[in-house]
Design a protein around this ligand. Sequence first.
Ligand SMILES: NC(=O)C1=CN([C@@H]2O[C@H](COP(=O)(O)OP(=O)(O)OC[C@H]3O[C@@H](n4cnc5c(N)ncnc54)[C@H](O)[C@@H]3O)[C@@H](O)[C@H]2O)C=CC1
Ligand SMILES: O=C([O-])C1=[NH+]CCC1
Length: 232
Amino acid sequence: MPCGVGGEALGCKIVTAFSNNSQLGLPSVMANILLHDPNTGQLKIILEGNTLTGLRTAAASVVATKELHSGEKCRLAILGAGIQAKAHAFALNHAFKFKENEKAKKLVEELRAECLTDGTDFQVSSTAEQCVRDADVICTTTYASEPILHFEWIKPGVHINAVGAGVNHHSELDTRTYQNSVVVTDSMASASEELKGLANIGVPVYAEIGQIINKTVKIPKTHCTIFHSLGR
Ligand SMILES: NC(=O)C1=CN([C@@H]2O[C@H](COP(=O)(O)OP(=O)(O)OC[C@H]3O[C@@H](n4cnc5c(N)ncnc54)[C@H](O)[C@@H]3O)[C@@H](O)[C@H]2O)C=CC1
Ligand SMILES: O=C([O-])C1=[NH+]CCC1
């Protein structure tokens, strides 16, 4: 993932995703950032990139949630319990102060200890359905290759940040959820490759989040909105 900012910065993030790494006690996503001198191209430093990946991905979901969900934000549901789940729990709570959160078990004690100071509570759900029912905002942060979120479970007006999935970027949500949503992404260029399967179920990628932010595109009324974060 290359990036250049005028004469100020030049860098590239190299990132891999190996979903079975947890069996080896390793993070599944591993990132390193190469920073170069913007005037000469000389390599200056190699930085650990996992921290930034967590912060940036969750921050993008916060921005998308601000832009796409205008209703009450009482209840946050997160499917998944890894790095992105935790980053999303922190970032969305920080931005919106949810009253209730449903999270997978292994992070709950940690999140309770770190978040309870601001009155946030985290609960464990035994099923994905229980987790997302009544949620105002849902984040999916897994490697699920089959849908883990079903249309009949979600209430009208919900906003979904679809973050995970790995190989097939639209496998976490079921077809009906897509067909009843407006899908916004971070990059149309990436979506034309990574979300091309949505065309097979008649679902267009409606806009880039940047077009919503700069008000060149408006979101029509729908059952729900999906921010498909691809990481570009
Ligand atoms: N959109 C973006 O910009 C980014 C997306 N990702 C994606 O987000 C996802 C999560 O990444 P991390 O949190 O770093 O990984 P992680 O390995 O820390 O966590 C993955 C979580 O997903 C759960 N999981 C795996 N397969 C599942 C299944 N079939 N059903 C339900 N849960 C399942 C695991 O138990 C674990 O809790 C990955 O798909 C990764 O590729 C990661 C970084 C940036
Ligand atoms: O943007 C990112 O860093 C990633 N997207 C998918 C896996 C890692």
